[in-house]
Design a protein around this ligand. Structure first.
Ligand code: GLC
Length: 567
């Protein structure tokens, strides 16, 4: 197996540093806090850690507004702390990935301060400035991802600057070669310091059509996307970034955050011979429940749609690209609350969702707290939210005349803050997260749902993750590298598939509903079942062999199926 293949076997643990572990009692998570939890992360079976931004930042977007990409933000610690984190991570045989925010900077960045100071400043062209239309309105009608215009007028020089996110996050002008050189230098700087890989924030929006035309869509957030998503020069720029940045150190792994991609886009970003990125995130299935025109609105979906998405990614990309699999991250509500049942079947459904993510083709990512089945926070009012995206959305939709109670309901269900409440380590004060007052409230269910309690319980969600990851490693030929074939394609409750290589096969059965589900396997697979061995399940086994029905949210993984007969 080549080196390129081996990295696909990684299991990545994502840390949102502000909420992971506080070491100095200021109520905010920090780097030394992470160091104190490395053994825990290792014990789950993860071999790679991705930390969300810990750079200098005014923290208006929790670190995704970077004011100095080469310095550590005071709230997180010092560069020495970061170096210790790297060393301790490596000592445990794990890798460390940094988060690169390259589409924009904070408005506090020295480049932007210079850029806005005068039209003649050498940094002017580091960002995207335009004159308003004749009537003084913004240069085009694009909306930012927070809703509202993507342009802000700046009095000092009488022009507008573009920001696809908040007005405190001006977009960099990637068409300026100096900007790209700065970014390449930045990548080499962190590689020289010893990092092993990067997650690239919002990387498929960096190249905009140069005419910046008006958009025809009705999207609430990010309208205009056709003119910047997977934009005209994005592949040229990524190849250059790879050549002059990532290739600086052999074996650097990169994962791109790229929403709204076609299968061809995925191949373009990740086919090894194109030398752009190692993988991108598979966002289509986690996005299945949101309205594509308004991310705060949910939409009903059917299991058949999820099956179609998974089958398309697993089959069409086989050997042509690679992707990261995830169910939750710092931008989404908690996995079990969104796709499972965080009440009666919390434990069963959290295990089921984990089984799905960890038995497909692709590299699995675990978001902090997901491995103990953490749930959404019972927010009661929009006034309690830190999430600027949610607050902005509430303001702009109510200003447009929508019913405030309805918008609030939507925002409280969809806010990113659910993912950002402190990690629940124990039943002690502040869930063991901090000795001070946490920057975000701790979920009141921390007395029952916490790492300490899960460690003691052999049937906990945490111990289930450990077993799953062990199975993934032990059967890497099948689970990581093998083929995917759907089974029970028409079933409305059960998602089932076979993973196989020439020598062996596994079968995964998942009941994604809160009702019992009967099923019958038919066709070729039936000839392979008599040797099947149950490897893992989220209920006690019900008799021997393949059952005829699955209990609510039941998940079972079988190994040892006879290989398919040669055709
Ligand atoms: C990405 C990040 C998100 C951030 C945004 C702007 O989507 O995941 O947290 O707000 O980019 O940087």
């Amino acid at each position: 197996m080549t080196r390129r293949d081996l990295w696909k076997e990684k299991v990545v643990y994502q840390i949102f540093p502000c909420s992971f572990q506080d070491s100095n009692g200021d109520g905010n998570g920090d780097l030394r806090g992470i160091v104190s939890r490395l053994d825990y992360i290792r014990s789950i079976g993860a071999d790679t850690i991705w930390i969300c931004p810990v750079y200098r930042s005014p923290l208006e977007d929790q670190g995704y507004d970077v004011s100095d990409q080469r310095e550590i933000g005071e709230i997180f610690g010092t560069m020495q702390d970061w170096e210790e984190l790297l060393e301790e991570t490596h000592k445990r045989g794990m890798e460390l990935w940094m988060d690169l925010v390259l589409n924009h900077t904070s408005a506090e960045h020295r480049w932007f301060k210079r850029s806005r100071s005068s039209k003649d400043d050498p940094f002017r062209d580091y960002y995207i400035w335009r004159q308003g239309k004749e009537d003084g309105s913004p240069p085009n009608n694009w909306t930012s991802y927070l809703g509202g215009s993507a342009w802000t007028y700046d009095e000092a020089t009488g022009e507008y600057y573009l920001h696809l996110y908040s007005e405190t996050q001006p977009d960099l002008n990637w068409d300026n070669p100096k900007v790209r050189e700065e970014i390449q230098g930045l990548i080499r700087y962190w590689l020289d310091k010893g990092v092993d890989g990067f997650r690239l924030d919002a990387i498929n929006v960096v190249s905009k059509e140069s005419e910046l035309p008006d958009s025809m869509e009705k999207k609430v957030q990010g309208s205009g996307y056709k003119h910047f998503k997977n934009g005209p020069k994005v592949h040229e720029y990524l190849r250059e970034l790879n050549e002059k940045g990532f290739s600086h150190k052999e074996g650097t792994i990169t994962v791109g955050e790229t929403s709204m991609v076609s299968m061809d886009d995925v191949k373009r970003y990740t086919a090894p011979e194109r030398r752009e990125l190692s993988m991108i995130f598979m966002m289509e299935s986690p996005d299945i429940g949101s309205d594509p025109d308004d991310s705060f609105k949910s939409r009903d979906w059917k299991l058949s749609e999820l099956k179609e998405i998974i089958t398309r990614w697993e089959k069409e990309l086989k050997d042509q690209g690679w992707f990261g699999l995830f169910g939750s991250n710092h931008d989404r509500p908690r996995l079990v609350s969104q796709f499972g049942d965080d009440g009666r079947y919390r434990v069963e459904s959290a295990k089921l969702l984990a089984t799905l993510v960890h038995t497909l083709w692709g590299t699995p990512f675990i978001y902090q707290g997901e491995e103990i089945g953490m749930t959404n926070y019972p927010f009661e009012s929009v006034d309690r939210l830190e999430d600027q995206e949610a607050v902005h959305y509430y303001r702009s939709q109510t200003e447009k005349g929508e019913d405030p109670a309805e918008v609030e309901r939507r925002v409280l269900a969809g806010t990113r803050d659910h993912a950002r409440t402190p990690m629940q380590w124990s039943a002690g004060p502040n869930a063991g997260f901090s000795e001070g007052k946490p920057w975000m409230p701790v979920n009141p269910n921390y007395r029952e749902i916490n790492v300490e309690a899960e460690e003691k319980n052999p049937d906990s969600v945490l111990n289930y993750y450990r077993k799953l990851i062990e199975i993934r490693r032990e059967h890497a030929n099948v689970v990581v590298h093998g083929e995917y074939a759907p089974v029970l394609e028409e079933h409305e409750q059960v998602l089932a598939y076979v993973r196989r290589c020439s020598a062996s096969q596994g079968l995964v059965l998942l009941n994604l509903s809160d009702r019992e589900a009967e099923f019958e396997l038919t066709g070729e697979i039936c000839g392979c079942l008599d040797t099947a061995r149950r490897l893992l399940g989220n209920y006690p086994a019900d008799g021997h062999g393949i059952p005829a029905k699955l209990r609510p949210y039941e998940a079972i993984v079988f190994g040892g199926l006879k290989p398919m007969p040669e055709k």
